[in-house]
Ligand binder design. Structure first.
Ligand SMILES: NC(=O)c1ccc[n+]([C@@H]2O[C@H](COP(=O)([O-])OP(=O)(O)OC[C@H]3O[C@@H](n4cnc5c(N)ncnc54)[C@H](OP(=O)(O)O)[C@@H]3O)[C@@H](O)[C@H]2O)c1
Length: 345
Protein backbone atom coordinates (compact mmCIF):
# COMPACT_ATOMS: atom_id res chain seq x y z
CA UNK A 1 0.00 0.00 0.00
CA UNK A 2 2.75 2.44 0.93
CA UNK A 3 3.97 2.61 -2.69
CA UNK A 4 0.54 3.88 -3.77
CA UNK A 5 -0.30 7.57 -3.63
CA UNK A 6 -3.04 9.00 -1.45
CA UNK A 7 -4.23 12.34 -2.84
CA UNK A 8 -5.92 14.49 -0.23
CA UNK A 9 -7.19 17.93 0.72
CA UNK A 10 -5.98 19.27 4.07
CA UNK A 11 -7.23 22.36 5.88
CA UNK A 12 -4.79 25.18 5.07
CA UNK A 13 -6.59 28.27 6.36
CA UNK A 14 -9.70 28.71 8.48
CA UNK A 15 -12.80 29.96 6.69
CA UNK A 16 -13.46 33.58 7.64
CA UNK A 17 -16.46 34.29 5.47
CA UNK A 18 -17.02 32.20 2.34
CA UNK A 19 -15.43 28.82 1.61
CA UNK A 20 -12.98 28.78 -1.29
CA UNK A 21 -10.42 26.34 -2.61
CA UNK A 22 -7.71 28.47 -0.95
CA UNK A 23 -8.91 27.28 2.46
CA UNK A 24 -7.53 23.85 1.54
CA UNK A 25 -4.17 22.50 0.33
CA UNK A 26 -3.76 19.63 -2.13
CA UNK A 27 -1.24 17.02 -0.95
CA UNK A 28 -0.01 13.62 -2.00
CA UNK A 29 1.14 11.09 0.59
CA UNK A 30 1.68 7.33 0.81
CA UNK A 31 -1.45 5.25 1.37
CA UNK A 32 -1.55 4.46 5.11
CA UNK A 33 -1.57 0.93 6.55
CA UNK A 34 -4.36 -0.10 8.94
CA UNK A 35 -3.25 -0.89 12.50
CA UNK A 36 -4.89 -3.41 14.81
CA UNK A 37 -8.64 -2.64 15.04
CA UNK A 38 -8.54 -0.48 11.91
CA UNK A 39 -9.40 -0.91 8.25
CA UNK A 40 -8.36 0.84 5.06
CA UNK A 41 -11.01 2.08 2.64
CA UNK A 42 -10.98 3.51 -0.84
CA UNK A 43 -13.47 6.39 -0.87
CA UNK A 44 -16.06 6.16 -3.64
CA UNK A 45 -18.56 8.94 -2.93
CA UNK A 46 -18.31 12.03 -0.71
CA UNK A 47 -21.22 13.88 0.87
CA UNK A 48 -21.27 17.64 1.41
CA UNK A 49 -23.14 18.99 4.41
CA UNK A 50 -23.54 22.64 5.48
CA UNK A 51 -22.28 21.83 9.01
CA UNK A 52 -18.87 20.98 7.54
CA UNK A 53 -18.33 24.74 7.66
CA UNK A 54 -18.44 24.59 11.45
CA UNK A 55 -15.37 22.35 11.58
CA UNK A 56 -13.26 24.61 9.33
CA UNK A 57 -14.49 28.07 10.32
CA UNK A 58 -12.76 30.29 12.80
CA UNK A 59 -14.65 30.17 16.09
CA UNK A 60 -13.18 32.79 18.38
CA UNK A 61 -11.34 35.50 16.37
CA UNK A 62 -8.93 36.00 19.28
CA UNK A 63 -7.86 32.35 19.07
CA UNK A 64 -6.41 32.04 15.55
CA UNK A 65 -6.48 28.25 15.33
CA UNK A 66 -9.78 27.61 17.02
CA UNK A 67 -12.14 25.35 15.09
CA UNK A 68 -13.28 21.77 14.76
CA UNK A 69 -10.29 20.16 13.05
CA UNK A 70 -6.63 21.25 13.35
CA UNK A 71 -4.97 23.12 10.49
CA UNK A 72 -3.02 20.67 8.31
CA UNK A 73 -5.38 17.75 8.90
CA UNK A 74 -7.40 16.01 6.19
CA UNK A 75 -10.85 17.52 5.71
CA UNK A 76 -13.54 15.29 7.22
CA UNK A 77 -16.45 13.97 5.20
CA UNK A 78 -19.23 11.45 5.30
CA UNK A 79 -18.40 8.95 2.58
CA UNK A 80 -19.39 5.67 1.02
CA UNK A 81 -16.24 3.63 0.58
CA UNK A 82 -14.95 0.16 -0.21
CA UNK A 83 -12.87 -1.78 2.32
CA UNK A 84 -9.45 -2.53 0.81
CA UNK A 85 -7.64 -4.11 3.78
CA UNK A 86 -8.83 -4.85 7.28
CA UNK A 87 -7.54 -5.60 10.76
CA UNK A 88 -11.02 -4.90 12.17
CA UNK A 89 -13.21 -7.88 13.01
CA UNK A 90 -16.45 -6.28 11.75
CA UNK A 91 -15.31 -5.15 8.30
CA UNK A 92 -13.87 -7.30 5.50
CA UNK A 93 -12.15 -6.42 2.22
CA UNK A 94 -14.59 -5.79 -0.63
CA UNK A 95 -17.45 -4.59 1.58
CA UNK A 96 -19.08 -1.23 0.91
CA UNK A 97 -19.41 0.95 4.01
CA UNK A 98 -21.00 4.26 4.96
CA UNK A 99 -18.88 6.17 7.46
CA UNK A 100 -16.90 9.19 8.56
CA UNK A 101 -13.88 9.46 6.23
CA UNK A 102 -11.99 12.31 4.54
CA UNK A 103 -11.39 14.28 1.35
CA UNK A 104 -8.81 11.73 0.17
CA UNK A 105 -8.51 8.65 -2.01
CA UNK A 106 -7.90 6.30 0.92
CA UNK A 107 -8.72 6.55 4.63
CA UNK A 108 -7.63 4.43 7.57
CA UNK A 109 -10.33 4.29 10.21
CA UNK A 110 -11.41 2.41 13.31
CA UNK A 111 -15.03 2.85 12.16
CA UNK A 112 -15.82 5.47 14.79
CA UNK A 113 -16.23 9.23 14.30
CA UNK A 114 -19.30 11.43 13.96
CA UNK A 115 -21.12 8.72 12.03
CA UNK A 116 -19.94 5.22 13.01
CA UNK A 117 -19.27 3.00 9.99
CA UNK A 118 -21.84 0.47 8.85
CA UNK A 119 -22.13 -1.92 5.92
CA UNK A 120 -24.19 -0.87 2.94
CA UNK A 121 -26.41 -3.73 1.70
CA UNK A 122 -25.17 -5.21 -1.59
CA UNK A 123 -28.31 -4.24 -3.50
CA UNK A 124 -28.23 -0.54 -2.52
CA UNK A 125 -26.47 1.85 -4.95
CA UNK A 126 -23.77 3.92 -3.19
CA UNK A 127 -25.34 7.25 -4.20
CA UNK A 128 -28.61 6.25 -2.52
CA UNK A 129 -26.69 4.97 0.53
CA UNK A 130 -25.05 8.37 1.01
CA UNK A 131 -28.02 10.50 -0.08
CA UNK A 132 -31.67 9.49 0.10
CA UNK A 133 -30.84 6.63 2.49
CA UNK A 134 -27.96 8.37 4.28
CA UNK A 135 -28.08 10.98 7.01
CA UNK A 136 -29.86 13.29 4.56
CA UNK A 137 -32.69 10.84 3.95
CA UNK A 138 -32.85 9.84 7.61
CA UNK A 139 -33.51 13.38 8.87
CA UNK A 140 -36.03 13.93 6.10
CA UNK A 141 -37.82 10.67 6.93
CA UNK A 142 -37.82 10.93 10.73
CA UNK A 143 -38.30 14.70 10.61
CA UNK A 144 -41.48 14.36 8.57
CA UNK A 145 -42.84 11.17 10.11
CA UNK A 146 -41.76 11.25 13.72
CA UNK A 147 -41.14 14.87 14.66
CA UNK A 148 -43.76 16.57 12.47
CA UNK A 149 -46.38 13.82 12.99
CA UNK A 150 -48.35 14.86 9.90
CA UNK A 151 -52.09 14.56 9.43
CA UNK A 152 -53.59 14.39 5.94
CA UNK A 153 -54.72 17.79 4.65
CA UNK A 154 -52.40 19.84 6.85
CA UNK A 155 -50.18 22.58 5.45
CA UNK A 156 -46.41 22.09 5.71
CA UNK A 157 -43.98 24.87 4.84
CA UNK A 158 -40.36 23.91 4.30
CA UNK A 159 -37.27 26.11 3.94
CA UNK A 160 -34.28 24.87 1.95
CA UNK A 161 -36.89 22.87 0.10
CA UNK A 162 -34.78 22.07 -2.98
CA UNK A 163 -31.66 20.99 -1.08
CA UNK A 164 -30.60 17.50 -0.09
CA UNK A 165 -32.84 17.13 2.95
CA UNK A 166 -35.54 19.43 1.60
CA UNK A 167 -35.94 17.62 -1.71
CA UNK A 168 -36.66 14.32 0.08
CA UNK A 169 -38.76 15.83 2.89
CA UNK A 170 -40.94 17.71 0.38
CA UNK A 171 -41.76 14.51 -1.50
CA UNK A 172 -42.36 12.49 1.70
CA UNK A 173 -44.71 15.18 3.00
CA UNK A 174 -46.68 15.01 -0.26
CA UNK A 175 -46.97 11.21 0.07
CA UNK A 176 -48.58 11.84 3.50
CA UNK A 177 -51.29 13.93 1.88
CA UNK A 178 -50.03 17.32 3.07
CA UNK A 179 -50.26 20.63 1.25
CA UNK A 180 -46.59 21.54 0.82
CA UNK A 181 -45.19 25.02 0.31
CA UNK A 182 -41.49 25.01 -0.56
CA UNK A 183 -39.16 27.94 0.02
CA UNK A 184 -35.98 28.08 -2.06
CA UNK A 185 -33.43 30.54 -3.42
CA UNK A 186 -33.76 30.41 -7.21
CA UNK A 187 -36.27 30.16 -10.02
CA UNK A 188 -34.71 26.86 -11.14
CA UNK A 189 -35.18 25.40 -7.65
CA UNK A 190 -38.78 26.59 -7.46
CA UNK A 191 -39.41 25.16 -10.89
CA UNK A 192 -38.03 21.75 -9.84
CA UNK A 193 -40.13 21.81 -6.67
CA UNK A 194 -43.31 22.41 -8.61
CA UNK A 195 -42.66 20.15 -11.58
CA UNK A 196 -40.80 17.22 -10.00
CA UNK A 197 -41.35 17.24 -6.25
CA UNK A 198 -45.07 17.98 -6.35
CA UNK A 199 -45.00 21.12 -4.20
CA UNK A 200 -48.39 22.88 -4.11
CA UNK A 201 -46.79 26.30 -3.88
CA UNK A 202 -43.31 27.79 -3.93
CA UNK A 203 -41.64 30.95 -2.69
CA UNK A 204 -38.36 32.26 -4.07
CA UNK A 205 -37.12 34.01 -0.95
CA UNK A 206 -34.46 35.90 -2.87
CA UNK A 207 -36.88 37.61 -5.27
CA UNK A 208 -40.28 37.54 -3.56
CA UNK A 209 -41.82 39.17 -0.51
CA UNK A 210 -41.89 36.14 1.81
CA UNK A 211 -44.43 37.41 4.40
CA UNK A 212 -46.83 38.41 1.64
CA UNK A 213 -46.42 35.12 -0.22
CA UNK A 214 -46.93 33.13 2.99
CA UNK A 215 -50.17 35.04 3.58
CA UNK A 216 -51.31 34.25 0.02
CA UNK A 217 -50.32 30.58 0.06
CA UNK A 218 -51.25 29.81 3.67
CA UNK A 219 -54.36 31.94 4.33
CA UNK A 220 -55.39 29.66 7.22
CA UNK A 221 -51.92 29.46 8.71
CA UNK A 222 -49.21 26.81 8.92
CA UNK A 223 -49.53 23.43 10.64
CA UNK A 224 -45.91 22.34 10.23
CA UNK A 225 -42.76 24.33 9.53
CA UNK A 226 -39.74 22.20 8.55
CA UNK A 227 -36.75 24.47 8.95
CA UNK A 228 -33.46 23.91 7.15
CA UNK A 229 -32.32 27.54 7.02
CA UNK A 230 -32.78 28.92 10.55
CA UNK A 231 -33.23 32.41 9.13
CA UNK A 232 -35.98 35.01 9.38
CA UNK A 233 -38.53 32.58 7.92
CA UNK A 234 -38.63 30.78 11.26
CA UNK A 235 -40.11 33.89 12.90
CA UNK A 236 -42.55 34.33 10.02
CA UNK A 237 -43.70 30.73 10.38
CA UNK A 238 -44.07 31.00 14.17
CA UNK A 239 -46.28 34.05 13.65
CA UNK A 240 -48.56 32.01 11.37
CA UNK A 241 -48.61 28.72 13.30
CA UNK A 242 -52.05 27.15 13.74
CA UNK A 243 -53.34 25.53 16.91
CA UNK A 244 -51.27 22.44 17.64
CA UNK A 245 -48.64 23.55 15.11
CA UNK A 246 -45.20 21.94 14.97
CA UNK A 247 -41.80 23.31 14.04
CA UNK A 248 -39.18 20.76 13.01
CA UNK A 249 -35.68 22.13 13.61
CA UNK A 250 -33.52 20.30 11.12
CA UNK A 251 -30.79 22.84 10.40
CA UNK A 252 -29.82 26.47 10.16
CA UNK A 253 -27.67 26.97 7.08
CA UNK A 254 -28.11 30.75 7.18
CA UNK A 255 -26.49 30.91 10.63
CA UNK A 256 -23.44 28.64 10.38
CA UNK A 257 -21.18 31.25 8.76
CA UNK A 258 -22.08 34.10 11.11
CA UNK A 259 -19.84 34.86 14.12
CA UNK A 260 -21.04 35.43 16.76
CA UNK A 261 -24.32 33.62 16.01
CA UNK A 262 -27.31 35.95 15.63
CA UNK A 263 -30.07 35.84 18.28
CA UNK A 264 -32.70 33.14 17.98
CA UNK A 265 -36.36 33.57 17.00
CA UNK A 266 -38.24 36.51 18.49
CA UNK A 267 -41.69 34.98 18.04
CA UNK A 268 -41.17 31.81 20.07
CA UNK A 269 -43.99 32.76 22.45
CA UNK A 270 -46.40 32.11 19.59
CA UNK A 271 -45.94 28.46 20.59
CA UNK A 272 -47.71 29.19 23.87
CA UNK A 273 -50.69 30.75 22.17
CA UNK A 274 -51.26 27.77 19.86
CA UNK A 275 -50.18 24.94 22.16
CA UNK A 276 -47.42 24.44 19.64
CA UNK A 277 -44.22 22.43 19.66
CA UNK A 278 -40.73 23.13 18.32
CA UNK A 279 -38.43 20.12 18.25
CA UNK A 280 -35.01 19.35 16.83
CA UNK A 281 -33.65 16.09 15.51
CA UNK A 282 -30.08 14.91 15.08
CA UNK A 283 -29.78 12.45 12.20
CA UNK A 284 -26.79 10.67 13.72
CA UNK A 285 -28.93 9.52 16.65
CA UNK A 286 -31.37 7.90 14.22
CA UNK A 287 -28.65 5.80 12.53
CA UNK A 288 -29.42 2.78 14.75
CA UNK A 289 -32.98 2.99 13.35
CA UNK A 290 -31.92 3.22 9.72
CA UNK A 291 -33.55 -0.18 8.97
CA UNK A 292 -36.95 1.49 9.49
CA UNK A 293 -36.10 4.26 7.03
CA UNK A 294 -34.65 1.75 4.55
CA UNK A 295 -37.84 -0.34 4.77
CA UNK A 296 -39.99 2.67 4.00
CA UNK A 297 -37.77 4.47 1.47
CA UNK A 298 -36.24 1.64 -0.58
CA UNK A 299 -39.56 0.54 -2.14
CA UNK A 300 -40.35 4.19 -2.93
CA UNK A 301 -36.93 4.63 -4.56
CA UNK A 302 -37.12 1.36 -6.48
CA UNK A 303 -40.59 2.09 -7.81
CA UNK A 304 -39.47 5.56 -8.92
CA UNK A 305 -42.13 7.26 -6.82
CA UNK A 306 -39.49 8.96 -4.66
CA UNK A 307 -37.11 10.71 -7.01
CA UNK A 308 -33.84 11.59 -5.29
CA UNK A 309 -32.42 14.80 -6.70
CA UNK A 310 -28.63 14.58 -6.81
CA UNK A 311 -26.09 17.20 -7.84
CA UNK A 312 -22.93 15.25 -8.62
CA UNK A 313 -19.39 16.59 -9.03
CA UNK A 314 -16.77 14.19 -10.34
CA UNK A 315 -13.20 13.83 -9.06
CA UNK A 316 -11.51 14.61 -5.73
CA UNK A 317 -10.08 17.87 -7.13
CA UNK A 318 -13.62 19.28 -7.01
CA UNK A 319 -14.16 18.71 -3.27
CA UNK A 320 -13.70 22.34 -2.08
CA UNK A 321 -16.16 23.41 -4.76
CA UNK A 322 -18.69 20.91 -3.41
CA UNK A 323 -18.72 22.59 -0.03
CA UNK A 324 -18.72 26.10 -1.52
CA UNK A 325 -21.76 25.29 -3.65
CA UNK A 326 -23.88 24.68 -0.53
CA UNK A 327 -23.29 28.28 0.51
CA UNK A 328 -23.57 29.87 -2.93
CA UNK A 329 -26.83 27.93 -3.27
CA UNK A 330 -25.70 26.46 -6.62
CA UNK A 331 -26.65 22.91 -5.66
CA UNK A 332 -30.07 21.56 -6.51
CA UNK A 333 -30.77 18.46 -4.44
CA UNK A 334 -28.11 16.53 -2.57
CA UNK A 335 -24.56 17.71 -3.27
CA UNK A 336 -22.37 14.66 -3.85
CA UNK A 337 -18.98 13.93 -5.34
CA UNK A 338 -18.13 10.72 -7.19
CA UNK A 339 -14.45 9.94 -6.74
CA UNK A 340 -12.06 9.32 -9.61
CA UNK A 341 -12.07 5.79 -10.96
CA UNK A 342 -9.40 4.51 -10.75
CA UNK A 343 -8.19 6.57 -7.78
CA UNK A 344 -5.47 9.01 -8.77
CA UNK A 345 -7.64 10.62 -11.41
N1 LIG B 1 -30.31 17.55 12.02
C1 LIG B 1 -29.47 16.77 11.34
O1 LIG B 1 -28.99 15.75 11.79
C2 LIG B 1 -29.11 17.20 9.96
C3 LIG B 1 -28.58 16.28 9.04
C4 LIG B 1 -28.30 16.72 7.74
C5 LIG B 1 -28.53 18.06 7.42
N2 LIG B 1 -29.02 18.90 8.37
C6 LIG B 1 -29.27 20.29 8.09
O2 LIG B 1 -30.26 20.38 7.10
C7 LIG B 1 -30.05 21.57 6.34
C8 LIG B 1 -30.00 21.19 4.87
O3 LIG B 1 -28.86 20.38 4.66
P1 LIG B 1 -28.54 19.80 3.21
O4 LIG B 1 -27.38 18.90 3.35
O5 LIG B 1 -29.78 19.31 2.60
O6 LIG B 1 -28.04 21.11 2.45
P2 LIG B 1 -28.69 21.75 1.15
O7 LIG B 1 -30.02 22.29 1.55
O8 LIG B 1 -28.63 20.79 0.03
O9 LIG B 1 -27.68 22.92 0.77
C9 LIG B 1 -27.63 24.11 1.43
C10 LIG B 1 -28.65 25.11 0.87
O10 LIG B 1 -28.84 26.12 1.85
C11 LIG B 1 -29.25 27.30 1.22
N3 LIG B 1 -28.45 28.42 1.73
C12 LIG B 1 -27.14 28.66 1.58
N4 LIG B 1 -26.78 29.78 2.22
C13 LIG B 1 -27.90 30.25 2.77
C14 LIG B 1 -28.20 31.40 3.56
N5 LIG B 1 -27.26 32.27 3.90
N6 LIG B 1 -29.48 31.57 3.98
C15 LIG B 1 -30.44 30.68 3.66
N7 LIG B 1 -30.22 29.60 2.90
C16 LIG B 1 -28.97 29.39 2.47
C17 LIG B 1 -29.05 27.12 -0.28
O11 LIG B 1 -30.34 26.89 -0.84
P3 LIG B 1 -31.22 28.12 -1.38
O12 LIG B 1 -30.64 28.48 -2.72
O13 LIG B 1 -32.57 27.56 -1.47
O14 LIG B 1 -31.05 29.21 -0.37
C18 LIG B 1 -28.22 25.86 -0.37
O15 LIG B 1 -28.47 25.15 -1.56
C19 LIG B 1 -28.73 22.18 6.82
O16 LIG B 1 -29.00 23.22 7.73
C20 LIG B 1 -28.06 21.02 7.53
O17 LIG B 1 -27.18 21.44 8.54
C21 LIG B 1 -29.32 18.49 9.62
Amino acid sequence: MTSMVNRRWVLARRVEDIVTESNFRWEEAPVPEPGEGQFLVRNLWLSFDPTQLLIVARGDPSAPDEGGIPLGSVMHSIAVSQVVASRHREFAPGEIVHGHMGWEDYTVTDGQGFTPAYRVPDDVPPNWAIGALGLTGLVAYFGVHEVARPRRGETLVISGAAGGVGSIATQLAKFEGLRVIGIAGSAAKCDWLTREAGADGVINYRSEDVPQRLNELCPDGIDIFFDNDGGPTLDLALERLRTGGRVVLCGATSRYAIRPPPPGPVNYLALVMVNGRMEGLLGRDYLPRRAEAYAALLPLLRSGRLRPKEDVLVGLREAPRGLARLYSGDNIGKQLLRMDDPPGG
